[in-house]
Design a binder for this molecule. Structure first.
Ligand SMILES: Nc1ncnc2c1ncn2[C@@H]1O[C@H](COP(=O)(O)OP(=O)(O)O)[C@@H](O)[C@H]1O
Ligand SMILES: O=C(O)C1=C[C@@H](OP(=O)(O)O)[C@@H](O)[C@H](O)C1
Ligand SMILES: [Mg+2]
Length: 172
């Protein structure tokens, strides 16, 4: 049995839905960003000190380590992990779920975006403007990697977790 890996744009609920899903399945939940922070300190500070390329390299190492879990887990990735060809290759042997969101949902959920430097660094524009551009760039990669796409219409955290559980049962 493989891990369930959650991908999708910032604010789509990868971290939150991942925790709910793991609880319901009785599986461990790991969030690669939490692991990153435990190892390297806060993401915005890391971005300012070392830049995005260094973040991506460390993110790829962490994703590889966490996908190699001792037992099937729910793994929430960061929104930009699919940009790495190395991570996309690792995802081929996992059950990958894309969480989709509307722009309005994302806008409400990214809040002040203070912990998401991709939305704020070097600009005073509203975070949702950056979010839209980044989503347009990455959407084909999310779709290419996903075995299941949970639509934005599955709005609540529990609905999203339930949809994933039902889809997994059908896969077996
Ligand atoms: N389905 C949902 N409905 C309402 N709020 C949500 C939902 N999913 C996530 N949230 C809230 O949106 C914010 C961002 O969610 P998060 O799980 O951090 O997204 P991601 O990890 O994809 O960036 C959090 O405050 C979370 O509680
Ligand atoms: O989309 C991105 O490039 C990023 C998304 C963040 O994770 P979430 O998608 O969980 O917010 C985090 O990994 C980092 O700030 C970079
Ligand atoms: Mg997250």
């Amino acid at each position: 049995m493989s891990n369930i890996v959650l991908i999708g744009p910032m604010g789509s609920g990868k971290s939150t839905v991942g925790a709910a899903l793991a609880r319901r399945l009785g599986r461990p939940h790991v969030d690669t960003d939490h692991f990153f922070v435990a190892r390297n300190g806060p993401i915005p500070e890391y971005f300012s000190a070392h830049g995005e390329a260094a973040f991506r390299a460390e993110e790829a190492r962490i994703v590889a380590e966490l996908l190699d879990a001792p037992r099937p887990s729910v793994v929430s990735l960061g929104g930009g992990s699919v940009v790495s060809a190395e991570i996309r290759a690792l995802l081929k042997s996992q059950f990958v779920v894309m969480l989709d969101v509307t722009e309005a949902q994302a806008e409400a959920r990214i809040g002040d975006a203070a912990t998401r430097p991709m939305l704020t660094a070097g600009t005073s524009a509203p975070p949702i403007e950056r979010w839209k551009r980044i989503y347009a760039e990455r959407e084909p990669l999310y779709r290419e990697c996903a075995d299941l796409i949970v639509s934005a219409a599955e709005a609540t955290i529990e609905d999203r977790a339930e949809t994933i559980i039902q889809a997994m049962r059908r896969e077996r």
